[in-house]
Design a protein around this ligand. Sequence first.
Ligand SMILES: CC(C)(COP(=O)(O)OP(=O)(O)OC[C@H]1O[C@@H](n2cnc3c(N)ncnc32)[C@H](O)[C@@H]1OP(=O)(O)O)[C@@H](O)C(=O)NCCC(=O)NCCS
Length: 211
Amino acid sequence: MYFVELNKTIHDRKSFDCGKKELNDFIKTKGVRHMEQGISKTFVLIDDEISKAKKPILAFYTITSQTISRELFKKQNYPHYPIPVFLIAQLAVDKTQQGNGIGEVTLIKALEHLLQTRKYMEAVAVTVDCLNNNAEKFYKKYGFQDLNTLQSGRKRLHLPMKSVENLFKNFDKDYRSNKNKNRNDKKISEKLTITESTWKRIRFSFFMFWQ
Ligand SMILES: CC(C)(COP(=O)(O)OP(=O)(O)OC[C@H]1O[C@@H](n2cnc3c(N)ncnc32)[C@H](O)[C@@H]1OP(=O)(O)O)[C@@H](O)C(=O)NCCC(=O)NCCS
């Protein structure tokens, strides 16, 4: 399994079903178009062992950047203009895969991706707009905090970029001292060949940090 940029000739967008129409519609009709238009980028989780002409999409995330009002960040001495943030615009797991840790993996991969982007372009936080209460609970479990604002009726949360940075910076230390190795990590991480060999350690460090 690995994450790769969405490609309509290779990936089976039609069969994806996370149970939420809005997200299903996005991957089916908007993901590719938005990439072509320079609006956002979408990455999909694929299992190469599935031998179908078009690869089923197990999960996906969509990222982009935006600016938000400085007033939303209390106690920060930010300049008097809109503040740059990254946005995880979409994140979903196919119904057949939900409850196996794939959502967590997808979120980590999206955060790692945005952290790498930060080498070239700054942003103060990663934001998400929660589709519903469940999405809010999911993100808050990983440290996202309220921004006390709604975006198109959705509650907006954020995770400071410094927190993301520290998380990945400390993963080695956390892994060495980690005693929390009894989760179902093996099930997924052993199958995942996500670019870096350190992936498993990063995942452990998330447990250390946020649980
Ligand atoms: C929300 C979603 C991404 C979670 O993916 P998943 O693969 O089922 O989640 P995981 O198995 O990785 O679970 C990770 C953790 O989040 C928790 N979690 C997952 N779904 C949750 C939900 N709906 N509400 C509260 N917590 C949830 C799990 O309990 C788990 O914690 P645990 O290890 O302590 O048990 C997935 O259910 C989904 O795609 N839902 C529909 C689309 C959606 O709502 N997307 C959210 C972005 S707006």
